[in-house]
Design a protein around this ligand. Sequence first.
Ligand SMILES: *Cc1c(COP(=O)(O)O)cnc(C)c1O
Length: 355
Amino acid sequence: METSKYTIKATRTKESKINEVDWDNIPFGRVFSDHMLVMDYKDGKWGEPEIIPFGDMGLHPATSAIHYGQSVFEGMKAYRTVDGDAVTFRPEMNAKRFRKSAHRMCMADISEDLFLYCLDELLKFDDEWVPKKHTNSMYVRPFMFATDGYTGIKPSETYRFMIFTCPVGSYYTEAINLKIEEEYSRAAEGGVGAAKAAGNYAASLYPAKLAQDNGFHQLIWTDAQTHEYVEEAGTMNILFVIDGVLVTPAESDTILAGITKRSVIEVAKDWGMPVEERKVTVKEVIKAIEEGRMSEAFGAGTAATIAPIKMIGFRGKEYHLPGVEKRTFSKKVVEDLDNMKYGRTEDRFDWVHKV
Ligand SMILES: *Cc1c(COP(=O)(O)O)cnc(C)c1O
């Protein structure tokens, strides 16, 4: 075996918490594995990554990420296959996107190679935390933030890269109600909407809360300029099946390029289903529902994989989508993706990476 060009230091916790986990009932994002990975950037380069017990850390009060928001992250999952291996799904896409996000936020570059090395090392170290039950998985959160203790505004010269992991249960999703948002915007052309930047979430909380107070789960964001085009749904990309065609807004600098959505599209094409990635108007979405031509609509993202949509609210009116019996495409696509992730079928796209 090739020896790595990187080295890593690891300190094992003295008090593992693994016996405290109720594997049949894991709340999302609140249970943390025993260890985390930390790697600091200074003097123009990354230091050695280190695996340490999960826990609090000290921060300078002027930490620039807190004040000026240089902070980016990724969200991905690790799975335990039927053969007992821990695997990740298309991790190189997360590595590429992380790099792109950091670039846009004027932060330190981290090579895909180094990102993937850190990821595998932490997952190997906490292997027993990757759930064995095939409805569970492990949520993985790589992130980077600016650490200069300086009150002036400029790109930080120091950064911290970290990864922690959370075992998670099956993200059973009830079909959701979404409101088409025409007042607030998530992203504007030339902005940071295509970066997985922490601040994008901060900006979306208030409009999402207004919708939640009215019984919606999330928003469907529209373009900032005209609000005539659909962009994405809350924290997920959005896809529609209209007249048997898979339709989704084309990637742009106001839409986060999701790996789940990309995978759904590639599977659909593999099945010979027509796919259109283009601008999608609010008008055509409403019209297709009214005329009964939309058989399904769903959000796509790592946490839930697929979140079926049951109702879309637009200008005070409710537009209801067909029930579960019509959702044949999204149901089949989730099964196909899960079968690949859990090693139940051949990995025909070469998407699964053994840790
Ligand atoms: C992460 C994210 C998605 C989904 O991306 P995946 O790679 O599929 O998890 C969609 N929209 C936004 C705004 C996101 O941050």
